[in-house]
Design a protein around this ligand. Structure first.
Ligand code: GLA
Length: 412
């Protein structure tokens, strides 16, 4: 009898170990990001720039409503992203929950509301022990959190970098890539590591966009000193993009941070900010209160012809071609051999810009694309006045107000 029991036990444990082996090696992590997402720079809205920690489900629903009603959705904006401070506590098993006071209906219900409008839903976490706003971070809970987000039908995760003592960025972000993979739901991964560890050199296989700088500040050309850290005006951020364009392309973008359009700069500055972000093939994530926009703000954010430059399917990041006396000339190669050109007046007074096409043949070293009006005549369209303004047979001349742009589309 005793002998029989031993045999039974042996057979049982053998079956167990055989079935374990046949299940394969479950503890290998798969660091492959979901491909096929963000093939053009992501467009949407995020709560941080305007609302900081003051987020709740009522406001987010109203923003989703406004996204549709104002024509933003129609112009291409898709993601409604809640930034920091949505969090409640972890439960005894470690699962994260939303703040029950701010989100009484729960995140899944909010996601359903957003999806029913044909929009997508994004959320925020942090690779460290706590978020920048002091809420629970994902460190040690990565797989659990990704699983929770998947169960809420999240489409986009912005993953921040506060309180990451001892962590190395590439590895920490890869853990989250593996967590998303394991959760099984394609989610855009927005790497928010502020450019500290050169995410452009490793981010392409890990996520879909990566912040290149510290936080944006709502001013044209200032630096805001917070003591232990600084935030940057839009021109300062634009300057920091130098040398990064080779790293961007479909599915992997340099992210110069979310838009400040509609948050208080004058309309010329908003227009310049928006234009440069489109030239940079930057993600266009609005950061203002979509429920209370002036006509000018709507016009800037929903200019479809300017957005088309940003969303061009080749996904080639534009570049600063020249800079003289406060006037910069930016160029972006587009599909079908077309180009966008943007004259930016950074100076403190209006300036006359004259551009002699024939004297300025341009070859882009990166894309090898050529803009040579001695060989090809282009039609010229002013994308902000929405007027055709002739061809490159004639030199271009215009007056640009201070802190403003003239943005042209050149078509073959
Ligand atoms: C960091 C990020 C910001 C924002 C805040 C939230 O500063 O860079 O974009 O997410 O944290 O606390």
């Amino acid at each position: 009898m005793c002998h029989f029991k031993t045999i039974l036990l042996l057979v049982f444990s053998l079956t167990l170990s055989v079935s374990a082996i046949s299940q394969g090696n479950n503890y290998v992590q798969n660091y492959k990001k979901f491909e096929g997402l963000a093939l053009t720079p992501p467009m949407g809205w995020n709560s941080w720039n305007k609302f900081a920690c003051n987020v709740d489900e009522k406001m987010i629903r109203e923003i989703a409503d406004a996204m549709v009603a104002t024509g933003m959705k129609d112009a291409g904006y898709t993601y409604i992203n809640i930034d920091d401070c949505w969090h409640g506590d972890r439960d005894s098993l470690g699962f994260i929950h939303e703040d029950p006071k701010r989100f009484p209906s729960g995140m899944k219900a909010l996601a359903d509301y957003i999806h029913a409008k044909g929009l997508k839903f994004g959320i925020y976490s942090d690779a460290g022990s706590q978020t920048c706003g002091g809420r629970p971070g994902s460190r040690g809970y990565e797989f659990q959190d990704a699983k929770t987000y998947a169960s809420w039908d999240v489409d986009y995760v912005k993953y921040d970098w506060c309180n990451t003592e001892g962590l190395k960025a590439e590895g920490a972000y890869k853990t989250f890539t593996a967590a998303i993979r394991q959760a099984g739901r394609p989610m855009v991964l927005s790497i928010c590591e502020w450019g500290t560890d050169k995410p452009w050199t490793w981010g392409q296989s890990v996520g879909h966009l990566w912040r290149t700088t510290g936080d944006i500040f709502n001013c044209f050309d200032c630096v805001e000193d917070h003591g232990t850290w600084k935030s940057w005006g839009v021109m300062k951020i634009a300057d920091k993009q130098e040398g990064l364009r080779q790293y961007a392309g479909p599915g992997h973008w340099n992210d110069p941070d979310m838009l400040e359009v509609g948050n208080g700069m004058v309309v010329n500055e908003d227009r310049a900010h928006f234009s440069i972000w489109t030239m940079l093939a930057a993600p266009l994530i609005a950061g203002n209160d979509l429920r209370k926009m002036s006509k000018e703000t709507v016009q800037v954010l929903t200019n479809k012809e300017v957005i088309a430059v940003n969303q061009d399917k080749l996904g080639i990041q534009g570049f600063r071609h020249s800079s003289k006396d406060g006037i910069e000339t930016w160029l972006k190669p587009l599909s079908n051999g077309n180009w966008a050109i943007c004259f930016l007046n950074r100076s403190e007074q209006p300036q006359t810009v004259e551009f002699k096409w024939k004297d300025n043949p341009i070859t882009d070293d990166l894309s090898k694309m050529e803009l040579n009006t001695n060989k090809v005549t282009y039609k010229v369209r002013n994308l902000w006045t929405k007027k055709d303004v002739g061809t490159t047979k004639k030199d271009f001349k215009t007056v640009i107000p201070k802190h403003d742009v003239t943005m042209l589309l050149l078509t073959k």
